[in-house]
Every structure is written in structure tokens, then in C-alpha cells.
Write a protein that binds this ligand. Structure first.
Ligand code: AMP
Length: 114
């Protein structure tokens, strides 16, 4: 998608702080971190939000979870714990319309909903 900021990151048109990459997934540091570790995990394929996933995307979604655990281990939060969050559409506050998980940790995270 030409006007998608996360697609631009996938295409290396925008510099970003990459922490993990494979054929299907890119993960990078959030520009406005809410915790000591705050990484965004995205599929390279453009999917606007969680309601648009299909059966054929199930492998990619699974790979995003595996990447989250791998990154959590590498960044030292697998033992202390972390949160993996997807914001989906309006009420959730989704701002970037390219599906992503927030991997956050490195401090006690408090209540799930603020
Ligand atoms: P959401 O509200 O779930 O759509 O989250 C979007 C996230 O993308 C926010 O946490 C932003 O801080 C983050 N973000 C937006 N632009 C960038 C960027 N250029 N590099 C890294 N993170 C970004």
C-alpha cells in the first residue's frame, strides 16, 4: 500500500530500529515507547486490521506470535513477563491501519484497560 507508513518500513523507505526480520515479519521499536521494551510486530503483507485476516493469513499470524516470544527472550522480558496487544479499529484506538502487535514489557504493566 503506497500510503501506508508500515509498508514503507517493510520496503525500507523509512528508517526504523529493526529488532527482528524474516520473510514474512518485521519487528521494530515503537517511536513513542510506553514501557522499557515496546516493539511493534507486523506482517510484511498489508492487512489493515484484525477483522480482515483470512484462513490463508493464519500462518503469518502464528509466526507473529513466535516472533514475539523470540524477541521477548532476546530483549530479556520472557522471564519477567510481557503483554502482546492488538488494537483493532475505532474503539481500540488503532492509529496505523496495518495490522500490528505491540510487545510491551520491562516494568509492571498494571490493569489491562486504562
Ligand atoms: P496503534 O494505536 O495500535 O495503531 O499503534 C500505532 C503505534 O505506531 C503507536 O504506538 C505509534 O507510536 C507507533 N508508530 C507510529 N509511527 C511510527 C514510526 N515511524 N516508527 C515506529 N513506531 C511508530
Amino acid at each position: 500500500m503506497a500510503d501506508c507508513i508500515f509498508c514503507k518500513m517493510v520496503n525500507k523507505e523509512i528508517n526504523t530500529n529493526i529488532v527482528y526480520e524474516d520473510d514474512d515479519i518485521l519487528a521494530f521499536r515503537d517511536i513513542a515507547p510506553k514501557a522499557p521494551v515496546h516493539v511493534l510486530i507486523i506482517p510484511k503483507k498489508h492487512i489493515s486490521d484484525m477483522t480482515k485476516i483470512t484462513e490463508e493469513d493464519s500462518k503469518i499470524i502464528g509466526k507473529m506470535h513466535l516472533a514475539a516470544v523470540k524477541i521477548a527472550k532476546e530483549l530479556g522480558i520472557a522471564e519477567t513477563g510481557f503483554r502482546l496487544v492488538n488494537n483493532c479499529l475505532g474503539d481500540s484506538g488503532q492509529e496505523v491501519m496495518h495490522i500490528h502487535y505491540h510487545l510491551v514489557g520491562g516494568r509492571p504493566l498494571g490493569d489491562f484497560v486504562d
